[in-house]
Write a protein that binds this ligand. Sequence first.
Ligand code: SF4
Length: 294
Amino acid sequence: MFNIPYQGVVIRPPSEANSLIFQITLGCSDNHCIFCPAYKDKKFEIKDLKEIEKEIKYAARVYPQTRRIFFADGDPLVVEQGKLVQIFELVQDNFPKLTRIGIYGSIKSLENKSVNDLSELKKNKLGIIYLGFETGDEEVYKQIKKYGSPAGNVETCIKIKEAGIKVNVTIILGLGGKDLSVQHSANTAKILNLARPQQIAALTLMVVPGTPLYQMIEKDKFKQLEQFDFLEELRSLIEKLDDFKCLFFSNHASNYYSISARFPNDKGRILKELECIIKKKQKDILTPDFMRGL
Ligand code: SF4
């Protein structure tokens, strides 16, 4: 019997937990970020259209009620526009109840996509792009060796919004370590204020053995934050956000304290909660390290 042949670790955002996943690419076309363990074991590859079609047709027979689909791996938007549209059409033809397609995007994969290209995908049910900013601080950005720049990420986010597609921007608490914590938080708030995505997801840094960041820590070149430092970074970032409308999540498995809020309405309440936890050092309500994950 044919099954969807998922290859290696498949990663998806928490809000795509109920989506049917198709890997239309394998790995990440950048794969240089020093903190990221996600696709280090995979050679980047764009899958063959015939292979993708076979998987879609099989899944349509097994899961005909599918309403949401998520395309993986790291940056499927790198696929050439004509082929991408064909894939989007294939899922629409095979899943009559489909309401939304979600996808990971990166500054690199979106470089060659125009607003018109993105609008074409929007017409083909692309509803949300998950875009990793990681940080708004240029020094931290250089340190993590991610492609592009914070300013480039802002432009990318604005381009997606112009096409009428929702953007979920991911940032990572603790990415500047102790030395760059203050500027990481302040400058990340700054670019979020410029980009104004509809959703913000704040993850918490987890250092994974085998990554370049892990080696930096071993050589004492990066000092990790402690539990309450992460929360202070989060508090300070939220405090500096302008009052634009967005959903703010810090409910990923990596986070110490789960937040799922509507800003600006819930901002005051969340700030008070964080201030109280930090002041009283309420360890008991935080997720213990052994329960955190990626
Ligand atoms: S672009 Fe994303 S998936 Fe690729 S290495 Fe960086 S963080 Fe990992």
